[in-house]
Design a protein around this ligand. Structure first.
Ligand code: THU
Length: 153
């Protein structure tokens, strides 16, 4: 089985124990090798399992206009959308040495938008749910609640 296939098997319902994290990390490492990082020389690779069992990945893509850099999570979310959408159930992020990396704050927000309930992240301090890495998050439900409140006025 490919590393992507191994990572996905039995993972649609999330739960850290149902994910082949070694296989998912292997996908992230493969993605990290593709990073375009002439400025920071800090390659990042990410991989995730989608609720339909798809395995997707991403790498950072930098720009001479530094602030336009795309984090690896940005390319992962683009891939999610381009390959059929869905919700993320498991996620891992590695640096150029293969060490687990914590997604930056902006990318936690990006991941939150597309997370399945109880999405699990492999972090520097163990497996964490999306709600643990971005507590009380602003998100799609905030906007829906606001709209409903406005209609009721
Ligand atoms: N980076 C990511 O790709 N994801 C993160 O969550 C943290 C930072 C990238 C952006 C930039 O190309 C490099 O790491 C150094 O900041």
């Amino acid at each position: 089985m490919s590393s992507a296939g191994a990572a996905a098997s039995g993972a649609a319902s999330a739960g850290a124990e149902s994910v082949d994290w070694a296989a998912l990390r292997a996908v992230a490492l493969e993605a990290m090798e593709k990073a375009y990082v002439p400025y920071s020389k800090f390659p990042v690779g990410v991989a995730a399992i989608v609720d339909d069992g798809r395995v997707i990945s991403g790498c950072n893509v930098e720009n001479a206009s530094y602030g336009l850099t795309l984090c690896a999570e940005c390319t992962l979310v683009s891939s999610l959308t381009m390959t059929g959408g869905g919700k993320l159930v498991a996620f891992t992020c590695v640096d150029g040495h293969g060490n687990t990396l914590m997604p930056c704050g902006r990318c936690r927000q990006l991941l939150f938008e597309h997370s399945a309930e109880g999405m699990v992240l492999d972090t520097v301090s163990g497996f964490k749910t999306i709600d643990e890495v971005i507590p009380d998050a602003f998100g799609p439900r905030t906007l829906v609640a606001y709209r409903e409140e406005s209609l009721a006025e």
